[in-house]
Design a binder for this molecule. Structure first.
Ligand SMILES: CC(=O)SCCNC(=O)CCNC(=O)[C@H](O)C(C)(C)COP(=O)(O)OP(=O)(O)OC[C@H]1O[C@@H](n2cnc3c(N)ncnc32)[C@H](O)[C@@H]1OP(=O)(O)O
Ligand SMILES: CC(C)C(=O)C(=O)O
Length: 535
């Protein structure tokens, strides 16, 4: 049974990722890649896959044919090919779709005066005659024929009604209304659809469809407005890819209908509180499908993209994180799991608060006292000011650092400043606070910036020691990674180690050195050997 002959109390999802989506500059797919996406679209549960434009190239013809064979099974989706309103295009589409259990030919011709005058160079009556002839021709191959009046939203409504009436009389089973250049506002789309429903004879005997482009960023809003006015098929693409600024994004349409179903239910004659989904889409497959399309087309997804962007379920600011930890719905209207993501993300960064920090520490197995937590949190904020995102490894390093520094109280590092470069003698200026509260400053030169720091600290602290090991490790990847410096100092026959982390490894080296010196200092105290602090 053709989908058009079924009464629909839901929205038919017509996916055109493999046709309009592939028209995104740079997004070209080969037949194998198209097949992989088509299989995933079938798993996602789309009703119609527009697999390509069969006449456009031998490769696209083959892709449509292979998808028709391998995905267009009896229990699978409708497989569709686009065709201009020409015999050659329609023949190619029919031939490529031949193996599909449910084939659809989608034929189109422009109807706006600007297209007729400048592109087709045809009169309205010629276009009317072509539409009539070509829909009938497509119908001679398949039952399921979709007709699109290209640039419908800029077409004289009276002429549009005439063309649509003709297409329906010639056998079209789906009438698709394209806002080809993404020109309309949602209100105008509503008026357009309402006008068609009121003025085109037999429009209720076909599926009315909408195809929106995103030139003004209104594709999703326009598609939803059309649904409110009785449209029952939406043409859309994964991640919203498509010609120019793209098409309505499938994931946005589907999740809007899912999350706001109580709002949309009355437009489908349902009771407001019905929880029956308004599409057949298995929403848990959305994320996987989105990633596959992004990977194969090379079209990266902007981080703030609705539903599938990396930040769509990520919370960075303390107030939001606090709310999410207390009750997820305070700042989330849908669950990450509903699109197939394992969980939402609390991102620790400069806007995060104590609750999120404490919660992450607990997850990492650290139970800190309130005082220790505050200290670690202050360090965290300092690092967050320099680093975009704080990873779990960074946090572990910070907490370890704080814990060690508490144990080894003694000299406190107040200030580190280093000048270095290829034409400069590396010079470090260091300020420390002694255990009895004196503030001391000194400057030293060295063979490199770290050596200069060590010389200056040694001069201030006056504890004899020998640096026997120095290593630096990047805690995480990236240019803003935390570096952990580990050192070992020898004093007579004893070894004292120190470790510290910072986004600046010279600063980390200074803290690590002081950390080891404090251990040595405490040892000297227990041995009653006085340290000679410089004056
Ligand atoms: C809004 C949309 O997304 S529509 C789909 C757009 N997608 C594509 O164009 C991708 C695939 N296209 C192609 O591979 C090629 O353009 C082809 C194979 C379709 C045609 O290639 P060519 O024969 O070299 O024609 P070309 O692309 O230069 O020009 C398009 C021709 O189609 C005509 N045309 C455009 N739309 C239609 C239509 N709906 N019905 C009939 N003819 C049409 C144009 O008037 C023009 O004809 P002309 O050469 O007689 O002036
Ligand atoms: C072929 C039609 C539906 C189209 O892509 C458009 O008009 O934008």
């Amino acid at each position: 049974m053709s989908i058009a002959s079924q009464a629909t109390d839901r929205v038919i999802i017509f996916d055109t990722t493999l046709r309009d989506g592939e028209q995104s500059p740079g997004a070209t797919l080969n037949a194998e890649e198209k097949l992989a996406i088509a299989h995933q679209l079938a798993l996602l549960g789309v009703d119609v896959i527009e697999a390509g434009f069969a006449v456009s190239s031998p490769g696209d013809f083959q892709a449509v044919k292979t998808i028709a064979e391998q995905v267009g099974k009896a229990d699978g989706p409708i497989i569709c090919s686009l065709a201009r309103a020409t015999r050659k295009d329609i023949q190619a589409a029919a031939e490529a779709l031949q193996p599909a259990a449910h084939p659809r030919i989608h034929t189109m011709i422009s109807t706006s005066d600007i297209h007729l005058q400048y592109q087709l160079k045809k009169s309205r009556s010629e276009v009317l005659a072509i539409a009539q002839e070509m829909v009938a021709y497509a119908k001679s191959f398949v039952d399921d024929v979709e007709f699109s009046p290209m640039d419908a939203s800029r077409t004289d409504p009276e002429f549009l009604y005439q063309v649509l009436e003709t297409a329906i009389a010639s056998g079209a089973t789906t009438i698709n209304i394209p806002d080809t250049v993404g020109y309309c506002t949602p209100k105008e789309i509503g008026i357009l659809i309402q006008g068609i429903r009121e003025n085109v004879p037999h429009i209720d005997s076909v599926i009315l469809s909408i195809h929106t482009q995103n030139d003004l960023g209104l594709a999703t809003a326009n598609a939803l407005a059309a649904i409110e006015h009785g449209v029952r098929q939406v043409e859309c693409t994964i991640n919203g890819i498509g010609e120019r600024a793209g098409n309505a994004a499938l994931e946005e349409i589907v999740m809007a209908l899912q999350v706001r179903k109580h709002y949309f239910n009355p437009y489908f004659g349902r009771s407001v509180n019905s929880d029956v989904p308004l599409t057949n889409i298995k929403t848990q497959e959305i994320y996987k499908t989105s990633s596959l399309v992004s990977q194969l087309t090379g079209m990266l997804i902007q981080p703030n993209k609705a539903i599938v962007g990396a930040n769509a379920f990520a919370h960075e600011s303390g107030i939001h994180q606090d709310g999410i930890i207390k009750h997820r719905q305070t700042y989330e209207i849908m669950e990450a799991a509903s699109i197939g993501l394992p969980e939402n993300r609390i991102v620790l960064g400069k806007h995060s608060g104590r609750n999120a920090f404490r919660t992450r520490l607990k997850e990492l197995g650290f139970e800190l006292s309130e005082a220790d937590l505050n200290k670690a949190f202050n360090r965290f904020k300092e690092v967050a000011d320099k680093k975009k995102e704080i990873s779990d490894w960074d946090i572990e390093a910070l907490v370890r650092d704080e814990t060690q520094n508490q144990v080894e109280s003694g000299f406190q590092l107040e200030h580190v400043q280093v000048i270095c470069g290829d034409c400069t003698c590396p010079t470090a200026t260091i300020t420390v606070v002694t255990p009895d509260g004196k503030i001391l400053t000194d400057a030293s030169v060295g063979t490199g910036p770290v050596d200069a720091v060590y010389q200056a600290i040694n001069h201030l602290v006056q504890i004899p020691n020998q640096l026997i090991e120095f290593s630096v490790q990047s805690v995480t990847g990236g240019i803003d990674a935390l570096g952990t410096v580990t050192i070992r100092l020898a004093y007579q026959d004893r070894i004292f180690s120190g470790q510290a982390s910072d986004t600046d490894i010279v600063v980390a080296a200074a803290y690590a050195h002081l950390n080891a010196l404090n251990r040595l200092y405490r040892y000297l105290q227990t041995q009653k050997i006085p340290a000679q602090v410089s004056e």
